[in-house]
Design a protein around this ligand. Sequence first.
Ligand SMILES: NC(=O)c1ccc[n+]([C@@H]2O[C@H](COP(=O)([O-])OP(=O)(O)OC[C@H]3O[C@@H](n4cnc5c(N)ncnc54)[C@H](O)[C@@H]3O)[C@@H](O)[C@H]2O)c1
Length: 265
Amino acid sequence: MNVSRPDYFSLANKVCVVTGAASGIGRETLLVLGRSGAHVVGLDRNIDTLEETRALADNEGLSVEFYAADVADRDAIMSVADQVLKKNGRVDGWANVAGILRYAFIADITPEHVNELIAVNQLGVLWGLAAAAKVMKSGGSIVSVASAGGEMPFPRLGGYGMTKAAVIQLTRTASVEFGELGIRVNAIAPGYVETPMVAASYSRADGTIDEALKAQFFDARRSQSPLSITGEPLDIALTVLYLMSDASKFMTGQVLRPNGGVYFG
Ligand SMILES: NC(=O)c1ccc[n+]([C@@H]2O[C@H](COP(=O)([O-])OP(=O)(O)OC[C@H]3O[C@@H](n4cnc5c(N)ncnc54)[C@H](O)[C@@H]3O)[C@@H](O)[C@H]2O)c1
């Protein structure tokens, strides 16, 4: 007997935008959404590494297209959204993944430090929400990547944490504003995930990895988790997949925390 079973996480016929698609969590998210049947639009300001993502996607025969843009530039993001809608006729998903990490003690934070963080992590998500709502014509799902650092206090992450806390509050407000459009809005607050972003914390001035410092770093992070683990980009990409798919149709205004149990909300 031929039994057809539902694929609860299928993104077939959906068009999804992923910002920060040139590296780490954004790259993995683009690949996972593509493997799940979506046509995926990758956006990043780093053209060279965006090309590496294109090669990986092409290698798997995924349906993708790419735009070079800065998420902090409202006009540029609105323009990309318009182009994607014009080209594909629909936009169903939008993942705000692009972000930057900068360390400074609160007493040492300069206007340059905090303005850069706000421009990318906070306004970048705000413009992404606005652009997505404008082009989602028959409902959709918006997912923004916040951070455990937006909910837990970490020394030297005052500026970063402030912008990530803002992502969570923006998510809640947008879920209320966009609900009548059939658009769900959720956030993900990941724990520690090995990506080029965090590698800066255990790299030497010449860019090479200090393996002893890296081991120390990961031991410290693992010791905070009941499972004694840190995450990998796939853990977060699969959380995005759930929130993009109809499997999460009852979820909006929420924060999901793939973090190995380091924080419970
Ligand atoms: N890695 C972690 O442990 C961790 C934990 C919690 C949250 N996060 C968040 O996850 C997201 C992805 O981080 P990651 O670890 O993959 O970092 P990453 O540095 O590997 O990737 C970030 C990507 O965003 C892009 N980007 C940065 N600023 C941009 C801008 N203004 N416009 C367009 N693109 C821009 C970069 O070019 C890069 O490709 C970030 O928002 C980060 O804050 C990461």
